[in-house]
Design a binder for this molecule. Structure first.
Ligand SMILES: Nc1ncnc2c1ncn2[C@@H]1O[C@H](COP(=O)(O)OP(=O)(O)OP(=O)(O)O)[C@@H](O)[C@H]1O
Length: 627
């Protein structure tokens, strides 16, 4: 028999089976949950099990709109989602997070061999698998019932999904409300139900950890108590005055807490009692008791992420929802490498560890450095930045270390404090540190070692307390090996090294394009062609270039639609084109400088480059300037 004829025979057998189960005629081996779902699909949703066609898929703009309220949930769940995808990848599973309406908003595909099937069948971000449209399926049915479910092959309502097997766990938010679901799907023919059942158990465990991460992330400035219970442990968040500010689904069920009780700021001691002084860290086990003194079991208590130690009852109340690491989390987006770096920065806390940022031009080194400063206990003091590539050696010296009155010809009469002293108590950001002349490197090293500065012409040093963040696009390690950069300074600078990936390397590049499009072209939508172009372009100028391109496109777009014609994306040549590119680049820069009377700032603005990048290019291309 031909394959298509076999397929249509099995489809008609399936239709007959669905009808007989739904009408309670035959007692086939479909589980009661599957049978009930089939009944809902036939009777309430009036669906046809034989209907063929892809799932409903949202446009880019619709995905953006739907994903916005889920941004924090997705961000906090991403590390666990990535781990789950890593564990299941070799078994051919794709992993998705969907919202309450069963629209997939996050997807991780397995290896190439398995991925094609998911792409062909549109099992990816933007597709909707609501039971009311697609019939019985993992996502739709788990969300309809708010319970984990396994839907194996011919348990799907529509015959066209019979080559797939899915396992889904619903996801509940920090207030115990249904927030979405975590789905894993396989299309491997040899997948046994028992093995799939095991994968469901793994998914349920991972989902519980995601819920924990979402709860802890949401209440990061509150105390968190973990309370044991039969259906898994519950999480309670409370403030410095020991009033409950949040409770997860299990804690609500376990202790009978409602939204109203939590909103009224109910006392923790009316539900749970324990010796606060016994809990010094999240790893310490504490004996928990109910209000009447009866034992509740062993639990844990974690202090707020910002707190160093327990605060007394009169300590000022903190806002339990504001986190000074917010900017860093926002910049890291969903890029796994950057998310790990932010996690490490969090664990460093307020220790004065130098940070070395590494990345191409325009990847956001300056904004990242500012965000590190904002997340530190130095945030109230100055953030002072200096670009070492943008100045001649003599000026860097004076700018950085300062000078006494009359220290040299041309010096200001009253002298200058210098940037290092200005940054006292705060953060000093040295951009393009690889361009710092060797003599100045030696002076900087002395400042870092002795914590004092000798301004030029001064008779005594000035003590300073700075946190140093430096940045470079160069390979400083190699430069240190080759003697072009002081190795001892290099090791001092890289207390922690953070690699800021180029835009083309970022795992969340599409999110960034969407976000920047929202900011720079707020009243426009992107046409499909424009989107295709934007997501395939290599962006030598990274975020800065993307911003400029979209800002311009926002101005030229007609009828609120950015088309490919609005995108000013110059061809980015390969290796063979490099000599010509360099010549063309040189000519463009020389012309821009000429047009702006040699003023680098204005020429940089006209060329849509940062001043530092233009200085670097001027140096690299050996262009003569008036300065
Ligand atoms: N994660 C991000 N999302 C959106 N925009 C960003 C992000 N990071 C940086 N940008 C934007 O990119 C532009 C360039 O950022 P920034 O000046 O910090 O880059 P840089 O790496 O310091 O560049 P250069 O090395 O050329 O000095 C800025 O407009 C900034 O707002």
């Amino acid at each position: 028999m031909e394959t298509s004829a076999m397929a249509s025979l099995s489809a008609s057998n399936h239709v007959a089976r669905v009808l007989s189960v739904a009408n309670h005629v035959a007692d086939v081996d479909a589980s009661s949950r599957i049978a009930n779902s089939w009944r809902r699909c036939l009777i309430s949703h009036k669906l046809d099990p034989a209907r063929q066609g892809p799932p409903q898929t949202l446009t880019e703009a619709e995905i953006r709109h739907v994903a916005e309220p889920m941004e924090e949930t997705i961000r906090l769940a991403t590390p666990e989602l990535d781990d789950l995808a890593g564990v299941l990848r070799d078994a051919g599973y794709c992993v998705n997070l969907a919202d309450v309406n069963a629209t997939m908003l996050f997807s991780r595909l397995p290896g190439e061999a398995d991925a094609k099937m998911f792409l062909d069948w549109k099992i990816y971000t933007g597709s909707n698998f609501a039971e009311t449209f697609e019939g019985t399926n993992g996502l739709g049915t788990a969300l309809a019932e708010q319970k984990p479910i396994l839907v194996h092959r011919d348990e799907h309502f529509r015959a066209q999904w019979h080559m797939f097997s899915c396992a889904v766990a619903p996801l509940f938010d920090q207030a115990g409300r249904l927030a979405g679901a975590i789905n894993i799907t396989s299309c491997r023919e040899d997948l046994e139900r028992a093995a799939h059942q095991l994968a469901l158990a793994v998914t349920m465990e991972a989902t519980r950890r995601m819920e924990g991460a979402i709860f802890r992330g949401h209440f990061r400035n509150a105390w968190i108590a973990t309370v044991p219970g039969d259906g898994g442990s519950g999480l309670l968040a409370y403030d410095d005055d020991r009033r409950i500010v949040g409770a997860c689904r299990s804690a609500r069920a376990l202790l009978g807490l409602t939204d109203g009780m939590i909103a009224s700021g109910i006392d923790l001691s009316r539900y749970v009692k324990f010796d606060h002084h016994a809990a010094r860290s999240a790893d310490d086990v504490v004996e928990l008791r109910r209000a009447d003194g009866s034992p509740l079991g062993e639990g844990h208590v974690a202090p707020p992420l910002r707190a160093k130690s327990f605060t007394g009852p009169h300590a000022p109340r903190r806002d339990a929802t504001i986190d000074r690491f917010d900017d860093l989390h926002r910049l890291a987006g969903r890029d796994p490498g950057l998310m790990r770096s932010v996690k490490r920065l969090r664990s460093i806390g307020d220790r004065n560890l130098p940070v070395l940022l590494h990345g191409e031009t325009g990847v956001g080194k300056d904004v990242f450095a500012r965000a590190i400063h904002a997340a530190s206990n130095r945030a109230r003091n100055h953030y002072v930045a200096l670009n070492c590539a943008a100045m001649p050696e003599s000026l860097i010296d004076a700018e950085l270390f300062g000078y006494e009155a009359g220290a040299f010809t041309g010096a200001r009469r009253e002298g200058s404090k210098g940037l290092i002293v200005q940054a006292d108590g705060g953060t000093l950001f040295l951009d393009e540190i690889g361009d710092m002349p060797i003599a100045l490197q030696t002076r900087l090293l002395r400042v870092l070692e002795n914590r004092e500065v000798w301004p030029l012409g001064a008779l005594k040093p000035v003590p300073v307390d700075i946190r140093l963040i430096s940045a470079t696009h160069r390979d400083l390690g190699r430069m240190a090996e080759e003697g072009a950069f002081r190795a001892d300074l290099y090791f001092r600078l890289r207390g922690m090294e953070v690699k800021l990936p180029s835009l083309r390397e970022r795992a969340d590049r599409d999110d960034i394009i969407r976000q920047i499009a929202r900011e720079e072209a707020p009243n426009c939508r992107l046409s499909d062609e424009a989107w295709a172009l934007l997501s395939a372009y290599p962006y030598p100028g990274n975020m800065r270039q993307l911003r400029h391109v979209l800002r311009l496109a926002g101005c030229t777009a007609e009828n609120g639609v950015v088309t490919d014609a609005d995108l000013d994306l110059p061809l980015f040549g390969g290796r063979a084109a490099e000599p010509d590119l360099a010549a063309a680049e040189r000519a463009t820069i020389v012309e821009a400088l000429r047009k702006h009377g040699g003023r680098v700032t204005e020429a940089a603005r006209a060329l849509k480059l940062s001043r530092a990048t233009l200085y670097r290019k001027i140096k690299h291309l050996k262009i003569e300037t008036a300065q």
